[in-house]
Design a protein. Structure first.
Length: 566
């Protein structure tokens, strides 16, 4: 992805807002390459200006009928929409607020580069919204966070592997076999060793805006539940912030649970929100309890309503970016029905942490029991993924999601560029829609022009017989900013491409369906609500029975489908 293309891509989306679309997928910039989750394209020779007529399938419309979904705004409009999305209107798929990734002509740019992302907040916001009877704000829909919410059966790395993760590649024709879907799956190692000692600081927003049942009381519940999964020697600190800030609990061993619980119970909400001062104080407590070789982490618990002191997203990001140099990371936990999604995503990325949203006691327990420790104990940091496609095999490609995790192609081996963190047992999944050599772009590309231009002049690393070369660059958790990153790679060879959709495993089909659904919620110019029946058929397959998180999705999907039909 080339960083200079983002503005051009968003402008293309805006210019095409009056055009019709006929498939499910994404459009945006080469630097934003995103995954499409819907077939519905037909084969045949052609270029980006000579699209074939679609067949009916996920993300397609029979006979090229318009989906009625217009592309997103310019980049400036997208930023404004994102910053206010938490309090905005529910998603309206006819009015998308953010650009999505386009097809990229491989001969022009064979490289797709992005940072790993294991956040789940976007999916959390979706489930919370539909349980409340509304669709999520479209600006909060990040396709990769929908897909990465779910567990997949990727094999872990062998015990003898130097890399702390495995790479699983798979590809097969979509329901319409004129395009190919390609999955990159990464599975982090689950350490057989005991958990590293932890020094955790809970930074709790106690301002007046937290005076709601799904805010401060739920924060208190989360903190109390967390004590059960920590070791007695782990240390807890609690810092509160409102109009002023206070250390409610200095670093204290979890063994003193009664003292910690009393402090948690004593938290009350009132006043304004001086989050910047709270962050400064929380990092001070983390430094006071710092454990060399341990987990040193700040957990920000807030609805994100900062209105005193440092309040701009840019200033908060700058502050946290500087603080992470101390080896202390930060996670953002959003509370309430409208958390400040834009702010919390940015500060968690800056803090080398993750971002989740807590909206009920049941979901709080699930987060604490299944995600808290893995989100704190990293097996790799600054992970970047670069996929190099072979133009002799692949005419064009499109990455689904990861729009805001894009990295310039020439920064892949620039180890000073921040990227994503991956915890123990975490999974990272990326999906691509491919048009093979000799094929034609889907008809939706008439509305959103493919990224094309001068022929790529760089040196190819992918072998002539392979479809793609996947490169993963990362640092080990204890590496410094000056340490060189490590790199591994894996190829998608011809024997790695299945001959039919039915050959795809159930996990791949599930990811495909979830991505397709996220495209509809986001308002992708490739998306069409007519695909909902096909998506429903996939997610209701017996293969997924008994998997709790998938059965829960079925319920949320049915609720959202009804709302989309209104």
């Amino acid at each position: 992805m080339r960083a200079t293309r983002f503005a051009a891509a968003t402008a293309l989306l805006a210019l095409s807002s009056a055009c019709s679309s006929g498939g499910l997928g994404g459009s945006g910039s080469d630097e934003d390459k995103a995954i499409d989750s819907g077939p519905g394209q037909s084969s045949g020779a052609g270029t980006s200006n000579n699209a074939a007529n679609p067949n009916l399938g996920i993300g397609s419309s029979a006979g090229g009928t318009s989906s009625g979904i217009a592309p997103g705004p310019t980049s400036g409009e997208a930023e404004d929409a994102d910053s206010s999305a938490a309090g905005g209107a529910p998603a309206d798929p006819s009015k998308p607020v953010l650009p999505v990734n386009p097809f990229v002509i491989t001969a022009h740019d064979p490289l797709s580069t992005f940072a790993a992302d294991v956040d789940t907040a976007s999916y959390d916001i979706f489930t919370s919204s539909v349980q409340s009877g509304s669709l999520p704000p479209a600006a909060t829909v990040r396709l990769e966070e929908f897909v990465n919410y779910f567990h997949y059966g990727y094999e872990p790395p062998p015990a003898a592997s130097e890399a702390p993760f495995s790479i699983a590649l798979a590809a097969a024709p979509a329901l319409d076999p004129s395009t190919l879907f390609f999955r990159v799956g990464i599975k982090g190692r689950v350490s057989a060793e005991e958990k590293r000692p932890a020094n955790l600081v809970f930074l709790v927003d106690t301002s007046g805006s937290m005076n709601a049942a799904d805010k401060l009381p739920l924060v208190q519940y989360t903190l109390t539940e967390a004590l059960a999964v920590l070791d007695p020697a782990d240390k807890i600190s609690i810092v509160s912030y409102a109009g002023d800030t206070a250390v409610r609990l200095a670093p204290t061993p979890v063994a003193q649970a009664a003292m910690i619980e009393a402090v948690i119970a004593g938290l009350t909400s009132a006043g304004g929100t001086n989050g910047g001062a709270g962050i400064e104080l929380a990092y001070g407590q983390a430094e006071a309890g710092f454990i060399t070789g341990g987990i040193n982490h700040v957990l920000l618990c807030t609805d994100g309503d900062f209105n005193l002191g440092v309040t701009s997203n840019d200033a908060l990001v700058e502050l946290i970016t500087e603080k992470r140099k101390s080896g202390i990371t930060l996670t953002a936990l959003g509370y309430g029905s409208n958390p400040n999604d834009a702010m919390m995503e940015r500060v968690s990325n800056a803090g080398n942490g993750t971002y989740s949203v807590i909206y009920s006691k049941g979901q709080s327990r699930e987060y604490v029991e299944s995600r808290l420790l893995s989100s704190l104990d990293y097996i790799a940091k600054d992970m970047k993924i670069q996929v190099e496609f072979n133009p002799e095999k692949v005419y064009a490609y499109r990455l689904l999601g990861y729009e805001d995790r894009d990295i310039a192609d020439n920064d892949f081996r620039n180890d000073s560029v921040d990227a994503g963190e991956v915890g123990a047992g975490h999974r990272v999944t990326a999906l691509y829609q491919l048009v093979l050599a000799g094929g034609a772009l889907p008809s939706a590309s008439v509305a959103v022009a493919a990224q094309d231009g001068e022929l790529y002049s760089g040196t190819a690393q992918v072998q002539a017989e392979d479809y793609a070369l996947v490169k993963v660059r990362y640092k080990l958790p204890d590496a410094t900013e000056q340490d060189a990153a490590l790199e591994v790679n894996q190829t998608l060879a011809a024997d790695g491409v299945a001959d039919a959709w039915s050959s795809l495993d159930g996990d791949f089909q599930w990811a495909y369906a979830v991505a397709s659904f996220a495209e509809i919620l986001k308002g992708s110019p490739y998306a069409t609500k007519s695909a909902l029946n096909t998506i429903g058929n996939i997610v209701n397959q017996p293969f997924h029975d008994g998997i709790v998180e998938r059965e829960q999705f079925r319920v949320s999907f049915a609720q959202a489908s009804s709302l989309l039909a209104e």
